[in-house]
Design a protein around this ligand. Structure first.
Ligand code: GLA
Length: 373
């Protein structure tokens, strides 16, 4: 691949979620950040009606016809790109035939949103090569639709929003109801953020994720019989303690997670603004315990990885980040002990599960970037 053969270089980021897990589709606030791990699309127009796709990681080449975009749902490779092109088309944007080369440094299955990075960069690249200018929030919304309609994951907006709108060294306080976002400097003082991957292929993610979303919707419908609310994130702690009896299990546990996690996001925002990193660390631990016991999205490996991290004296907080059922954890660790911490966690986790944890060296980075080559 020679980069100079292409016209544009378009990148979109993977993400971590610092706190606010399974909150986006409940209308609350979340606190993600975009990563330097990203998907880059090199693209050029080719004067045909075909989108030709190549990957840095695969020998395959795939060609899709822009007049027939519904037909590629079952492609093993290229279905995401077809889904993205289809969303652009449905929204009335122009599509042109093009050659694209995809290079993803977000590890697949890591829980760091490789799919959002692929979707956002692909939509932005297709729009750019067709001469269309689309704002990043609209790109994120189309990317979310591609995930719903083509990949079948009924996800919230957090991943695609972070991938499109992230900023270097900034955490994003995203209100998923209004789509307003405040940027807060991500300054951990004497601490570093360590990202560790369970490195276990996860399989049931899609159905379990959609099941959780469905449970929160059922809980909302029941609470709406008594409360004037539009989403679960609107429920206060006082209201919840009054009306939780209405919810059968497991809906009560699921709602308890959502309502308490929303409070943790508010406290975490303040902690980050004033540099109280110890408090942020404790909130991470509480969030993980809630995901484990109430929301039940962690699993044996993620729990073992978080327990290993939390048992190291230089670590002040650790939790599973993202949709769950495997994936990656984030830990806040005193900077001078990071290497020792990683060695320790690797060993303990391997003893507990037999898997080899992977650690990623990633910074908080810009979301979407579009460059003319
Ligand atoms: C996945 C989804 C997001 C969000 C998280 C959980 O990453 O894509 O929309 O719901 O899970 O917080």
């Amino acid at each position: 691949m020679n980069k100079n053969d292409y016209t544009y270089e378009v990148s979109a980021a993977g993400r971590v979620n610092i706190i606010g897990e399974h909150i986006d589709y409940c209308g609350g606030k979340v606190l993600p950040a975009a990563l330097s791990l990203k998907n880059t699309v090199y693209i050029r127009p080719n004067g045909t009606d075909k989108i030709n796709i190549e990957w840095s990681t695969l020998p395959n080449k795939v060609s899709i016809d822009i007049n027939n975009l519904e037909n590629y749902r079952h492609l093993k490779y290229g279905n995401y790109q077809a889904g993205c092109a289809l969303e652009l088309q449905k929204a009335g944007h122009k599509l042109v035939g093009c050659d694209m080369y995809q290079d993803c440094t977000v590890p697949f299955g890591s829980g760091l949103s490789s799919s959002a990075a692929i979707e956002v960069s692909t939509i932005a690249a297709l729009a750019t090569v067709a001469g269309e200018k689309i704002d990043p929030v609209s790109i994120a919304l189309m990317a979310q639709q591609a995930e719903h309609n083509y990949a079948g994951v009924n996800c919230g907006i957090m991943d695609q929003y972070a991938s499109a709108c992230g900023k270097k060294d900034m955490a994003m306080l995203l209100d998923c109801k209004t789509l307003e976002c405040e940027y807060i400097p991500f300054d951990l003082g004497d601490y570093s953020l360590v990202i560790a991957d369970c490195n276990k292929p996860h399989s049931l993610t899609v159905s379990k994720y959609n099941e959780r979303r469905n449970e929160t919707e059922r809980a909302l419908a029941i609470l709406q019989k008594r409360l004037d609310i539009n989403c679960l994130a609107d429920v206060t702690l006082a209201q919840f303690s009054k009306y939780e009896y209405m919810l059968p299990q497991p809906l009560r546990k699921r709602a308890a997670h959502v309502i308490n996690e929303c409070q943790r996001v508010n406290v975490a925002e303040q902690a980050l603004r004033v540099g109280n990193i110890e408090l942020l660390g404790r909130l991470l631990n509480l969030s993980h315990a809630s995901l484990k016991n109430l929301y039940e999205t962690t699993g044996k490996e993620a729990d073992a990885l978080v327990e290993a991290a939390q048992s190291h004296p230089a670590c002040i907080g650790s939790r599973l980040t993202g949709g769950g059922f495997g994936g990656s954890t984030i830990s806040i660790v005193r900077r001078e002990y990071v290497d020792e911490f990683c060695e320790y966690v690797f060993k303990r986790y391997e003893e507990a599960t037999g898997y080899a944890a992977k650690f990623y060296n990633a910074q908080i980075a810009d979301g979407l970037t579009i460059k003319k080559i």
